[in-house]
Design a protein around this ligand. Structure first.
Ligand code: KIV
Length: 269
């Protein structure tokens, strides 16, 4: 099983690592077979699984439920799990939410924020809970940003982001995740912290790891598709591979060609 030490070693060796979001055991098993290095049980499940229009309605028990399923399905990847909206607003909340998530099977919790999280990061780390801090575009603050927009677009904003990264790394953050920042900023931050693996999403090619939401890379996102998404399903199997399977199943049930003899139990009674 991949550990935090492995991620640090990968960084030192310049070996990029993969990360995908995952919310269930069968997909987690597929990712184990594919040797995906790290899994993020993201609060994006609010959209991808629960059908909400943001991550805000997700709660700690949702995250624990999906973390436990993923952990049961995968014994290879390092598993990060999001602490959802308002579940780390106080130190006590952060400790209690992280306890639930770690006991469900996560190897690390992920929090969204910056310098103001330093004390929380320190307290969690001292209590044996490894922390990833998510910076840049932080979806739990979508209503503060006024939409999903690229962050750190000016030198001053990039310097502020770097100061936030320094504060949380000094406090003990073991991994950083950067979302929707210019590639130059992703590179600068990754180079600044030799011991801290940096995962990017829409943060350019120079971060130590990359993450995508699994539905996005399988072409199963039927709403807005961000610029940083690549549809790997389309490249491997054709744009509509999964939809084609659904349509073929529907047609086969309708025309009676499924189930065929080989799919049925033929027992003399
Ligand atoms: O919840 C999530 O899936 C995430 C990724 C977008 C990085 O935080």
């Amino acid at each position: 099983m991949i550990s935090l030490s492995d991620l640090r070693k990968f960084k030192a060796e310049g070996r990029k690592f993969s990360c995908l979001t995952c919310y269930d055991a069968s997909m987690a098993k597929a990712m184990e077979v594919a040797e995906i290095d790290t899994i993020l049980v993201g609060d994006s499940l609010g959209m991808t699984i629960q059908g909400c229009d943001s991550t805000l309605p997700v709660n700690v028990s949702d995250m624990a439920y999906h973390t436990a399923a993923v952990r049961r399905g995968n014994s290879h990847a390092f598993i990060l799990t999001d602490l959802p909206f308002m579940s780390y607003a106080t130190l006590n909340d952060a400790l209690s939410s992280s306890k639930t998530i770690m006991q469900a099977g996560a190897h690390m919790v992920k929090l969204e924020g910056g310098e103001w999280l330093a004390e929380t990061v320190q307290v969690l780390t001292r209590n044996g809970i490894p922390v990833c801090v998510h910076l840049g575009l932080t979806p739990q603050s979508v209503h503060v940003f006024g939409g999903y927009k690229v962050q750190a677009r000016t030198r001053a904003a990039a310097d502020q982001l770097i100061a936030d990264c320094k504060a949380v790394v000094d406090a003990g953050a073991a991994v950083l995740l950067l979302e929707c920042v210019p590639a130059q900023v992703g590179k600068e931050i990754s180079n600044l912290f030799p011991n801290t693996p940096v995962i990017g999403i829409g943060a350019g090619a120079e971060t130590d790891g990359q993450v995508l939401v699994v539905q996005d890379m399988l072409g199963l996102n039927f709403s807005h598709v961000a610029k940083f998404v690549r549809n790997f399903m389309k490249e491997q199997a054709g744009e509509t591979a999964i939809l084609d399977a659904f349509k073929a199943y529907h047609a086969a049930v309708q025309d009676g060609s499924f189930p065929a003899v080989e799919h049925t139990f033929q027992i003399e009674l």
